[in-house]
Design a protein around this ligand. Structure first.
Ligand SMILES: [Zn+2]
Length: 243
């Protein structure tokens, strides 16, 4: 069963932690996601994965309020984006994890959907600062999950294109500007390739409107399929490690 920490009293949280509930920490960003999507895309997706994971699992899960700011240098040229430096982002995430462990939770699932490589590195580093509880970071970029998320995810860069727009159409369609989305031309530049070649932001990477790929082809059905895979990945990461 899913419980949202922001709606609970401290005795309820204490009781759930003592009973062995799983704690969930969604991590997103406040970042430009094309002209058709809001700044909160990564937060919305991370929270939705947490909710669906909790609903699928047996037992109690407590979702803490999301971390909504991140290291997001690539979107920094666009209005609304707020980027923390690595040191601040790492300290923020590790401080929140520390607070969750102090509340009594023995297992924490970190669900991060801001995929900028430097940020994902910070998430892993922050998780490693916790040594007295099990902190599981689902990294869905890696095999076997990454390839299941599609060609665009693996090679295009998955920023506000077919992949993320489909997830948003499934999770929060009211936040998608449909008229805008349907008129957007495909951006064929590969964010992945551009990053490897040294691009420092979306403009340098060939995404003048802060999106890559083909948002016009996105669908809620594809978003449902993708959420299924993302929840599979989180479940697999949480499985007991074989001896
Ligand atoms: Zn995103």
């Amino acid at each position: 069963m899913l419980h949202e920490a922001r709606t609970l009293s401290w005795p309820r949280v204490k009781a759930l932690a003592e009973a062995g509930a799983l704690a969930l920490l969604p991590i997103g960003s406040t970042e430009a996601h094309g002209p058709h999507l809001p700044l909160s895309v990564d937060v919305v997706i991370a929270e939705e994965v947490c909710r669906r994971l909790a609903l699928r699992r047996a037992g109690d899960a407590v979702m803490f309020p999301a971390i909504t700011y991140a290291l997001t240098d690539f979107a920094a040229p666009f209005a609304g984006t707020v980027s923390l430096n690595a040191e601040v982002a790492r300290a923020l995430i590790s401080g929140v994890l520390r607070g969750m462990v102090s509340s009594g939770f023995g297992t924490i699932a970190v669900i991060n959907h801001h995929l900028e490589p430097a940020h994902f590195r910070v998430v892993h580093e922050a998780a490693r600062t916790i040594t007295d509880a099990r902190v599981v970071v689902t990294d869905h970029r890696r095999a076997p999950t990454g390839p299941r998320l599609g060609e665009e995810f693996m090679h295009g860069g998955a920023h506000a294109g077919f992949y993320e727009t489909s997830l948003m159409l499934a999770a929060a369609p009211a936040l998608v500007d449909e008229a805008c989305r349907r008129a957007l031309p495909e951006v064929t530049a590969s964010l992945v390739t551009a990053i490897k070649a040294g691009a420092k932001d979306f403009l340098e990477a060939g995404g003048p409107d802060a999106y890559f790929g083909a948002p016009a082809t996105a669908s809620a059905e594809e978003g449902e399929r993708l959420f299924g895979i993302l929840v599979d990945a989180a479940e697999a990461a949480l499985a007991p490690t074989p001896l």
